[in-house]
Design a protein. Structure first.
Lengths: 166, 166
DNA sequence: CATAAATTATTGGCATGCCAAAGAAAACGG
DNA sequence: CCGTTTTCTTTGGCATGCCAATAATTTATG
């Protein structure tokens, strides 16, 4: 063992186990992983622009675009142009979308229950503290890390010369 | 706030921040997220079958297939049929693959450093304990959760009747 | 020993998620 | 007031990751 990156490894493992469980719990509700987060955000505050959602969920705008469209096709929410800002779209819940709330929250409660199983209150509080600290540390470090992260690709072709034109 | 699912929410946030940072750090090395885990496993123990890798990394075999092929095309590893088991493929590192080790481990050390920044040793140990506990709890709960997880789809067409044939 | 069952790898489909680029519309500047 | 810059959304490309189904081979079973 003697791993010098144990915390990172554990973060990866915890995340995958959590995702797998969430995927399973969400499936009977007809939702894919990630869609529930968008809905939760809308349950907390309805009628938001996609940009707001992207910011609140720390998601790429393009991801929000596609997930919102998927949820729209499922009839859980609505997209209509904003009147104040003619380039923004306002996302609103439908009755169907509101109706899903209880089930989704129940699923997430099971997830929470599983994660914290067998922990006394003290330990649960400590768990939350630790996670908050990790999140704070990582998001604090992100700007610096991203600054050193050059744009471009992994399989960098070096010089595209003429990257195809419309 | 008064969120009843704070831990789950934090797990999601920690995971995304971690992934984002890792993606950035790996990019200059020409690696995508996840590929480094496979390589790390091979650095620890070379010449493994894909099934072994899948099990060790808790990955779906099909994911291993594709990631391994990608790494093979980058010249970092080799795939050759096993002699004992004629259906298995043995994955082995190339010199190039071995040469990447230092850089990847350095990148992960930065990740680890960022995650644990400003924590005294005591707190680092506690962090690890918490993550181990979460992982243990979630993977312990997974079988039961998956048992209740019906196969089939989200947008279930109910009865496909004739799900198209080759 | 033949037959049923489990294992290994692959393919195709689908979803999330990122980045990069592009078109509209708004905010900002001189 | 016009030009520049920022913001909002979308599209296309690419990668990971899952599931389901298939083919080949091994192992277990009666």
């Amino acid at each position: 063992m003697s791993d010098r990156h144990e915390v990172s490894h554990m973060i990866v493992r915890v995340a995958r186990a959590h995702q797998l469980a969430a995927t399973c719990l969400l499936r009977p509700l007809g939702l894919y992983l990630g869609q529930e987060l968008l809905l939760m955000r809308l349950w907390e505050r309805d009628d938001q622009s996609q940009a707001d959602l992207a910011k609140a969920l720390s998601l790429d705008p393009s991801t929000v675009t596609r997930t919102v469209r998927s949820l729209e096709q499922q009839g859980l929410l609505t997209r209509r142009p904003s009147e104040r800002d003619r380039r923004a779209l306002v996302v609103s819940l439908t009755d169907e979308g509101r109706a899903l709330r209880d089930q989704v929250e129940h699923a997430w409660s099971e997830l929470e229950r599983a994660a914290l199983a067998g922990m006394p209150d003290r330990q649960r509080a400590e768990t939350l503290r630790v996670l908050r600290r990790l999140e704070g540390n990582l998001t604090a470090a992100l700007p610096e890390i991203r600054a050193a992260c050059p744009p471009g690709v992994p399989g960098d072709p070096g010089d595209p010369g003429d990257p195809h034109h419309p």
